[in-house]
Ligand binder design. Structure first.
Ligand SMILES: [Zn+2]
Length: 361
């Protein structure tokens, strides 16, 4: 999730917690539904309070996953709240099947604990028995009970084996105890997509949120399986294995017009720019297009080139490089070896490498 569309809430345990802007649509939706039902202001506020409290439980759920992942050696960048739930962006996941099991179960377990605490609270302090509560609308009296039920619902829903929901991850981790992870992912993905279609169908009749969740599962399962296939091949190679050491070079004092004329004759998605014969940066196609529209043909390369694209080490795994380049949406990236510029790499050449290796079996 890009942070410019999200509101930062803080950074506990080094994990950035933010709310995506679409979350405000959920609040608007609640207000509209409440007004339509003819509810008063205090009732509307009660509904909003309930949803905010419920989403606080969702954040704790994501912290369950995140802190377990960190404990087992993983890395977590952020937790983002969306109207359909939370997403923990775990950038490095522990590899072993049992670790994945622990990370996946930790989230739902948090909601079990919350539900148990609410149950204790209701039992000891509340004074009003469940049989005496009214459930027509949310009130201060039935609030903790409905919150407890909602937490149990989160647990039940997340345990459906619809990969990449928690239940699907649990299922995959159990499968991958006995088979290789790629195959386990494929089976989990297929089952996840069946559930996704069921969610979408059910959503048409019951709750439109199920449609969104259905699409989320459908696309998420496919994306993760594709990523897994890449990983399976690319983890065995290093950036240095496919770094391009032949590339087009331009001096930083040449014009954008010269670059534009040359562009048609090259395969790469940009040029290596030098200053007095030494590497100085890259001129990507998008730099060039942007530069031409602001500076014109006579503009100089040095004024529009990318000087700060972080170089990737020749020794890092090709899969890590792929993820990095993908995430930052670069056209091309410089590669360094022993602190010196040694060539370039781009997504296209990684893709080609992947396809060829895969075809070779
Ligand atoms: Zn979860």
């Amino acid at each position: 999730m890009q942070s410019k569309y999200s509101l930062n809430l803080g950074k506990p345990f080094g994990i950035r917690v933010s709310v995506h802007w679409t979350f405000s649509l959920l609040i608007v939706w609640i207000v509209i539904m409440s007004v339509n039902q003819g509810l008063g202001l205090s009732q509307i506020l009660m509904h909003i309070l309930f949803v905010l409290t419920l989403f606080a439980c969702v954040v704790l759920h994501e912290f369950g996953h995140s802190l377990m992942a960190i404990k087992l050696g993983g890395k977590v960048q952020s937790i983002t709240l969306l109207p359909i739930g939370g997403i923990a962006s775990i950038t490095e996941m522990p590899e072993r099947a049992w670790d994945e099991f622990m990370v996946s179960i930790a989230g739902p377990l948090v909601n079990v604990v919350i539900a148990a605490l609410l149950w204790l609270y209701i039992d000891i302090f509340h004074g009003v028995g469940i049989d005496q509560m009214e459930f027509g609308r949310i009130t201060a009296t039935n609030f903790p009970f409905i919150l407890m039920t909602a937490n149990l619902f989160i647990v039940a829903f997340n345990l459906i084996p619809a990969f990449p929901l928690d239940g699907g991850r649990l299922f995959r981790s159990i499968l991958s105890l006995n088979m290789d992870k790629l195959k386990a992912t494929r089976i989990a993905k297929d089952i996840g997509q069946v559930f996704a279609i069921l969610f979408i169908l059910a959503g048409l009749f019951f709750n439109p949120f199920l449609i969104i969740i259905g699409f989320f599962v459908l696309l998420g399962a496919k994306a993760e399986y594709e990523m897994m296939k890449y990983k399976d091949v690319l983890k065995n190679y290093k950036v240095g294995d496919i770094v391009k050491t032949e590339y087009e070079t331009l001096d930083e004092n040449e014009t954008l017009g010269t670059a534009a004329d040359k562009l048609a004759h090259i395969y790469d998605r940009g040029f290596v720019v030098t200053s007095e014969g030494k590497y100085a940066g890259l001129l990507t196609k998008s730099d060039l297009i942007k530069g031409l529209s602001t500076h014109g043909k006579e503009g100089l390369i040095k004024d529009v080139m990318s000087k700060n694209i972080e170089a990737i080490g020749a020794g890092i795994s090709l899969f890590d490089a792929y993820r990095e380049i993908h995430k930052k949406r670069y056209d091309i990236v410089p590669v360094e070896k022993n602190g010196e510029f040694s060539g370039i790499i781009d997504l296209e050449s990684i893709n080609e490498f992947f396809i060829i290796r895969k075809a070779m079996g």
